[in-house]
Design a protein around this ligand. Structure first.
Ligand code: IMP
Ligand code: MG
Length: 172
């Protein structure tokens, strides 16, 4: 496995994203993790945001969408597999995604979340592949912009493997 972003670099960048998010949300933030790919990013991000607070102002929930099945290329079809457990009405929400590729998943997610009237809706993604974008979608917090390579680790999978790696690697 070729390493694209070492674990230390990932941790360092996640902490600075957490600083930005904390600064932008003095009244607290509700994180929405997109399963399964964001689970490690969300866990580290949430702890880093809460590290300098008393922990009350960071809440979180999960949603699960599918557009890929077992394959590595986007079908463009997005399905809601598991909905949120709590209301987001009037809340300051940050969607936490692993990677923005075509942007189709996030565009769909934004449309269903906006309909639920959050006070603010922002997005944090660990990785972005700008050259692959099919739709323009706003992302306020981006960890790393990368080239068009299929990456795994730190939550990201290829056929459900490699999610538990602490670094970002290039599959194959
Ligand atoms: P989009 O709808 O094309 O932006 O796809 C976003 C989703 O596709 C991500 O949340 C990932 O689950 C998956 N994905 C896109 N690129 C990669 C990759 O390089 N490695 C692993 N999963 C990816
Ligand atoms: Mg995903």
């Amino acid at each position: 496995m070729e390493t694209l972003i070492p674990a230390d670099d990932v941790q360092h960048r996640v902490r600075s994203l957490a600083d930005e998010i904390r600064r932008d949300h003095p009244g607290g933030v509700h994180l929405i993790g997109v399963l399964k790919g964001s689970f490690i990013f969300l866990a580290d991000l949430a702890r880093a945001i809460a590290a300098q607070t008393d922990g009350r102002d960071v809440t979180l929930d999960f949603i699960s969408l599918s557009s890929y099945g077992a394959s590595a290329t986007s079908s463009g079809q997005v399905q809601l597999l598991k909905d949120l457990g709590t209301s987001i009405e009037g809340r300051d929400v940050v969607v936490v995604e692993d990677i923005i590729d075509t942007g189709l998943t996030l565009t769909y997610l934004h449309s269903i979340l906006r309909a639920r009237a959050p006070r603010r809706l922002r997005t944090a993604c660990l990785l972005s592949k700008p050259s692959r974008r099919k739709v323009d979608v706003p992302v306020e917090y981006i960890g790393f912009s990368i080239e068009d390579k299929f990456v795994v680790g730190y939550g990201l999978d290829y056929g459900e493997q490699y999610r538990a790696l602490p670094f970002i690697g290039v599959a194959g």
